[in-house]
Design a protein around this ligand. Sequence first.
Ligand code: GRF
Length: 223
Amino acid sequence: MSQKKRVVVLISGRGSNMKALVAGSRHAHSAYDVVGVIANVPDAAGLLWAADEGLATRVVNHRDFKTRTAFETVLHDTVLAFQPDFIALAGFMRILGDTFVANWQGRMLNIHPSLLPAFKGLHTHEQAIAARVKIAGCTVHFVTPEMDAGPIIAQAAVAVMPTDTAETLAERILVAEHKIYPAALDRVCRGTVTLVAGKVVATPHEAGSDVNQTAVLYSPNLN
Ligand code: GRF
C-alpha cells in the first residue's frame, strides 16, 4: 500500500463507530489513518476517548452559529486543516447542506442503522420493529444531498427476534456496524470502491483475488 489515506471522523455522541474505525486503522495493512475527530457537541463522550488515544480532536458547536451555512463554513475549514482524503460520519447528528456535501462528493461516507432504502432518518430500530420486518441491518453509503439516500457501499443483515425491543435490536445491529464500517472505509481508501457518475464501482482489492471478494462487503462476516 502506498501512502495511507487521511480520514477525519465526525461524531456527535458516544462514538462507538469512531472507535471501530480507529481500531480498523491500526490493523497492519490498513489503507487509512484517522487523523482527527471533530464533534458538533462539546461534551460528546467519544471526544474524551479520542483525546485519550492521542488523536487530535476539535469541537465545532453548531449552537455557536446563527445559520447552518456559517456552521458548515467553519466545519469545512476545521476539516480541511487536517488535510484529509476522506470524511467518515459516525453518529454525526447534523444534516449537512448541499454545498458542504458537494465539496466532499465521493469522499464522505456515513453509516446508518437500517437496510437502506428502508427506514431513513431517526428511530430506525423502532421503525423496523413497528413494520414487523424479520431482517434489519445497517448500511454504509456515500453521502449525497438527500438524507440517507446516497449510493450504497456495504450492508449487513441482522435478524429481528420476536422478543426484540428497539434497544436489543440496536445493540445487535451495532455489532454489525462495527464490522462493515471499517471494512468499507478501507476499501474506499484503497481505491477498490469508488463513486463513478453517482454509482458505486467495486473491484477486487488484491492481486489474484476473484470478483467474489467484492461481495464480502455485503455480508456480515467481514474480517
Ligand atoms: C449508530 O447506530 C449509527 O449507525 C447512527 O448513529 C449511531 C451512532 O452510534 N448513525 P455511535 O456514536 O457510533 O456509538
